[in-house]
Design a protein around this ligand. Structure first.
Ligand code: SF4
Ligand code: SF4
Length: 492
């Protein structure tokens, strides 16, 4: 909506709108339709004359055929095709995070003041040895793994996999720069690593997906960790698709595919049909990297995730990422994104219980991804059983993303999910990186505050400590499945 009294017809909003929703002709701005609510126009209007409002419902109210349903039917009646979307689902499923409350220390278990006493948030990615191994390196003592390589991170946060292609060069540069500043790890996404980013390689978790794009021994030997991607929370059971128009010269060189061709990742890995096959690929990657880095496996959270996780650890994975329903994506069929998988809260609690029962939990670092929005979500997922929260969308929001769910169109007005040079140049990688650094530093400070309030001096002691959570939601069965007591229930 444009307020005609405030508008000075400078045309800035039309210039900033990459979705063609605004037209500037004869010194007058007019709305053309097709606004995706990316919010760019509002940010650049010098007189606050433009507002993005919910479009009034043009369909009569119906409790069963919602406006969303009818818009989808109309779109498919026109196109005859699969509806695509980006980011996580926007259907109003209940948030389990919001049904959990944290405990705090009182009287007999005193709290700890994080300003006066140390609280450890350092986290390790890799296979645990089951015993403490410490080596003196120069003047410092370092924790080393007894069973394989480990990567140290200053906080229990990883930046998840966001590939070059789905996002711009500047976006990846900002994410890698942030990982370097924070001493954490960032995912490469599927698509190799641009040579300009080789200097960040020691902070990169490199993804080996079914398309094997850009995967070379030369590249793998430089990175901090390698992760085989079997599945993704936003589209379980589905492969990847980077449209040909996004495969620019730079992307074609990095992914090692012809320019302008669609980059299609098959749904399954064509060499993995059993746990034994997975074991073989894990061994091959360990051998290719001289056993110098942890090798992990990423799967989507699905109904039998406990048994799948057990198999993955037995196959030799050093770390495992469970990517929950609600997880973000650059592009996915809406029907899969909105209706397949299980919530990450339930998946992590189930996997932690299953691996503990089978005596496997200490062998693997468990990473949880799937729309962690805040430090509270991160703390709760750790208490449910994760060692590390893997975060993508929140990092993009820190850089300016408005979660408009149109990344798949490749014309992001904020310069994040695009390969168009004129749009990508809108994102300053230095400013974007510092925004991500500030966000995760703030989350880590909040983690320390909460740990102190709980009387816990190390984040490791919170991992899987479900006794420090209480369920306040409407479904006691949910609490039982997650092994979390209902509010009002005490210890023991
Ligand atoms: S940016 Fe604001 S003032 Fe300029 S044309 Fe658009 S609505 Fe009018
Ligand atoms: S990255 Fe850009 S296109 Fe994608 S959701 Fe965010 S603002 Fe929208």
């Amino acid at each position: 909506m444009i307020d005609e009294e405030l508008c000075i017809n400078c045309g800035k909003c039309a210039k900033e709108c990459s979705f063609g929703a605004l037209d500037f002709k004869e010194k007058k701005v007019r709305y053309q339709g097709g606004c995706v609510a990316c919010g760019r126009c509002m940010s650049f209007c010098p007189t606050s004359a433009i507002m993005v409002n919910d479009v009034p419902n043009i369909f009569p109210h119906h409790p069963w055929f919602t406006e969303r349903d009818r818009r989808a039917i109309a779109a498919q009646a026109r196109s005859g095709g699969v509806l695509l979307s980006s980011c996580g689902t926007d259907l109003p499923y209940r948030s389990i995070y919001d049904d959990l409350l944290l405990d705090a220390a009182q009287v007999t278990n005193p709290s700890i003041d994080p300003l006066r006493e140390p609280i450890e948030t350092r986290t390790y990615l890799g296979r645990r040895s089951g015993k403490l191994c410490i080596e003196k390196r120069g003047k410092k003592y370092e924790l080393v793994s007894g069973d394989g390589a480990i990567v140290s991170m200053d906080m229990p946060i990883m930046i998840g996999h966001i590939s070059l292609g789905s996002v711009s060069y500047n976006t990846q540069k900002a994410l890698f720069t942030a990982a370097e500043h924070l001493n954490i790890v960032a995912g490469s996404g599927e698509g190799g690593l641009h040579p300009d980013f080789f200097n960040f390689a020691h902070r990169i978790n490199s993804e080996v997906a079914s398309g094997r794009f850009g995967v070379t021994p030369e590249y793998l030997k430089r990175v901090a960790a390698v992760e085989i991607k079997i599945g993704q929370g936003a589209k379980p059971g589905h492969g990847g698709h980077l449209p040909g128009e996004k495969v620019t010269e730079m992307i074609s060189q990095t992914r090692m595919i012809p320019e302008g061709t669609d980059a299609l990742s098959p749904y399954p890995h064509h060499d993995i049909y059993s746990i034994e096959d997975l074991q073989q690929l894990i061994s091959v990657l360990k051998e290719a990297t001289d056993y110098q880095m942890p090798v992990g496996v990423k799967v989507a959270a699905v109904h039998n995730i406990g048994a799948i996780a057990s198999g993955i650890v037995r196959a030799g994975a050093d770390f495992m990422t469970i990517d929950g329903f609600r997880g973000g994506t650059g592009s996915a069929p809406r029907v899969i994104r909105d209706h397949a998988g299980i919530p990450i809260e339930v998946a992590i609690a189930t996997v932690d219980q299953k691996l503990t029962e089978e005596g496997l939990r200490n062998k693997v670092t468990l990473c949880a991804s799937g729309s962690v929005r805040s430090s509270a979500d991160m703390i709760k997922i750790i208490a449910l059983g994760a060692d590390v929260a893997s975060v993508c969308t929140a990092a993009m929001v820190a850089m300016g993303c408005r979660v408009c769910q149109h990344c798949h169109m490749g014309i992001c007005a904020w310069g994040i999910a695009t390969q168009k040079v004129e749009l990508a140049s809108r994102l300053d990688p230095k400013i974007a990186a510092m925004s991500v650094v500030n966000l995760f530093r703030a989350w880590n400070e909040e983690l320390r505050e909460v740990l102190g309030a709980m009387g816990i001096d190390s984040v490791e002691s919170l991992v899987g400590n479900r006794d420090r959570l209480r369920y306040v939601g409407p479904n006691p069965k949910m609490a039982e499945v997650m092994d979390v007591k209902h509010v009002g229930e005490g210890w023991g």
